[in-house]
Structures are given as structure tokens and as C-alpha cells.
Write a new protein. Structure first.
Length: 65
């Protein structure tokens, strides 16, 4: 896969690490983003449990409460 006009790209679980770092080091409020990701995680689990198990594995929120 090739992207033009970008220095970096992030995907998968690295997105969680990136968001936590952005929150910690920039002071950005990512509360709404975390909520949306958690909502999507729960939707995937309920709608496609086999895909959830294969892609996510463990059943816990990505972000600590």
C-alpha cells in the first residue's frame, strides 16, 4: 500500500498508543474520540463476534477508565 503526501501512517492498535501520547504530551482532550472508539469496539463485538475475536482478541476497553 502506498500513500503520497504523508510522512507517516498509523493503523491498528498503534492508533491507541498514538492517541494516548497525544493526550499526554499535547494536552488535547480526546474524551470524545475515546468514546467513539469504545462504541465501535462494542458494536463490532455485538455485530461480528467472530471477527471481533480474530481482530481484537481480549474483551476489555482499549482505554483505562
Amino acid at each position: 500500500m502506498s500513500f503520497e503526501g504523508y510522512d507517516e501512517n498509523i493503523f491498528g492498535r498503534v492508533i491507541i498508543d498514538f492517541l494516548l501520547a497525544a493526550e499526554k504530551y499535547s494536552g488535547c482532550d480526546i474524551t470524545e474520540i475515546k468514546k467513539q472508539i469504545e462504541d465501535k469496539r462494542l458494536w463490532l463485538k455485538a455485530t461480528f463476534p467472530d471477527a471481533y475475536q480474530a481482530e481484537v482478541g481480549r474483551d476489555e476497553p482499549f482505554f483505562a477508565a
